[in-house]
Design a protein around this ligand. Structure first.
Ligand code: NDP
Ligand code: GDR
Length: 336
């Protein structure tokens, strides 16, 4: 059988790096779209850079998408690129809409124009459920987004459904709940905690400033979740799938697990900073992944505790090895 080619947008991100590894293992020819920035950051894909083809493009620029599709002719596209940090979406709501919402339309339109047989995966999000209308959340749960990011993802989701229904595209939306890994961006809460714990353990800092500890999330391992993305595009028909663990844990529990793994008491080190509270919060997320289980045969392999301890161990090792990380505390606070 001829080698399949996949295009990944957002290949430099957490999920993009795991998905690229996974697709290479499946024998794919992997093309990754990266945007032009002043210092190209390939940290997460350095180890596979010689095995993938990187091409410059931007979800804000439809012509760049059309030329990439025309030149590379992928059979599958995984649209992972987005402005993905929820607090920034209040500070940059228009940019968030441009990439996270309209970027999806630009890619779908490029597919329609260049090759409507391309299979398309859209990275939808549990943030679409926001102020949840039922517990647990499934593919049938109505959306009620609580941030400009969530609103943009709802648009991205429905335009995917709309292009599927209007033009018969094989366009699928994966509604993924939170997933982290040792490659998670430094500003997301589980990484902020794991890196904070590592720094405290090694005596480099004493306090970790967080926001709402009562929020609850359904958190899995990114390496498990990219498998689900691929399974979705191997189905005969496009559809929507919730991908989650079915468990929910508070941020306080994340702290307890992470600090106790390092032999520390979280209550001695975690301090509250109101500037990490959001103008509108998503209090509780817990997904019902039974459709993904039944139709895709997907289930998560890494538990909540395994994920958190894996992240703490990785950050302790990285700091001990002399790796330096940017301090993102100030720039991720919401100004009031
Ligand atoms: P990351 O923030 O780690 O990665 C985002 C990627 O998008 C980066 O490669 C970034 O490039 C790229 N990007 C941003 N804007 C543009 C643009 N205008 N044009 C081209 N590329 C762009 O996110 P994750 O890997 O965690 O998430 C992947 C996707 O899944 C995102 O769409 C996210 O919203 C969604 N999602 C994530 C979940 C999670 O828990 N991780 C859960 C549900 C959905 P650069 O390196 O240049 O910044
Ligand atoms: P989220 O992830 O908004 O769910 O979006 P994040 O880790 O930013 O927040 C999770 C919860 O933790 C609470 N919290 C804090 N969050 C951050 N970032 N920093 C803190 O100091 C802090 N203290 C408490 C938040 O209030 C929130 O309730 C992630 C992203 O990956 C999205 O792209 C993705 O779509 C969703 O997950 C599913």
């Amino acid at each position: 059988m001829a080698q399949k080619r996949a295009l990944i947008t957002g290949i430099t991100g957490q999920d993009g790096s795991y998905l690229a590894e996974f697709l290479l293992q499946q024998g794919y020819d992997v093309v990754g779209m990266i945007r032009r920035i002043s210092v190209i950051n390939l940290d997460r894909i350095e180890h596979i850079q010689d095995k993938v083809t990187l091409v410059q493009g931007d979800l804000l620029d439809e012509a760049s998408l059309i030329s990439i599709l025309t030149e590379f002719r992928p059979q599958e596209i995984y649209n992972l690129a987005a402005m993905s940090f929820v607090p920034t979406s209040w500070q940059q709501p228009v940019l968030t809409g441009e990439s996270t919402a309209l970027g999806v339309t630009r890619m779908l339109d490029a597919i329609r124009l260049v090759d409507p047989t391309i299979r398309f995966y859209q990275a939808s999000s549990s943030e679409m459920f926001g102020k949840v209308q039922e517990v647990p959340q499934s593919e049938r749960t109505p959306f009620y987004p609580r941030s400009p990011y969530g609103v943009a993802k709802v648009y991205g989701h429905w335009i995917t459904v709309n292009y599927r229904e209007s033009y018969g595209l094989h366009a699928t939306s994966g509604i993924l709940f939170n997933h982290g890994s040792p490659r998670r961006g430094l500003e997301f809460v589980e990484r902020k905690i794991s890196l904070g714990v590592a720094a405290i353990k090694l005596g480099r800092q004493d306090k970790l400033y967080l926001g709402n500890l009562d929020a609850r999330r359904d958190l899995g391992f990114a390496g498990d979740y990219v498998r689900a993305m691929w399974c979705m595009l191997q189905q005969d028909a496009p559809d929507d799938y919730v991908v989650a663990t079915g468990e929910t844990h508070s941020i306080r529990e994340m702290c307890e697990v992470a600090f106790s793994h390092a032999g520390l008491d979280w209550q001695n080190h975690v301090a509250s900073d109101p500037r990490f509270y959001r103008p509108a919060e998503v209090d509780l997320l817990v997904g019902d992944p039974s459709k993904a289980g039944a139709k895709l045969g997907w289930e998560p392999m890494v538990s909540f505790k395994e994920l958190i301890t894996m992240m703490v161990d990785s950050d302790v090792q990285a700091l001990q090895a002399g790796r330096r990380f940017a301090d993102v505390t100030e720039i991720t606070r919401l100004k009031r």
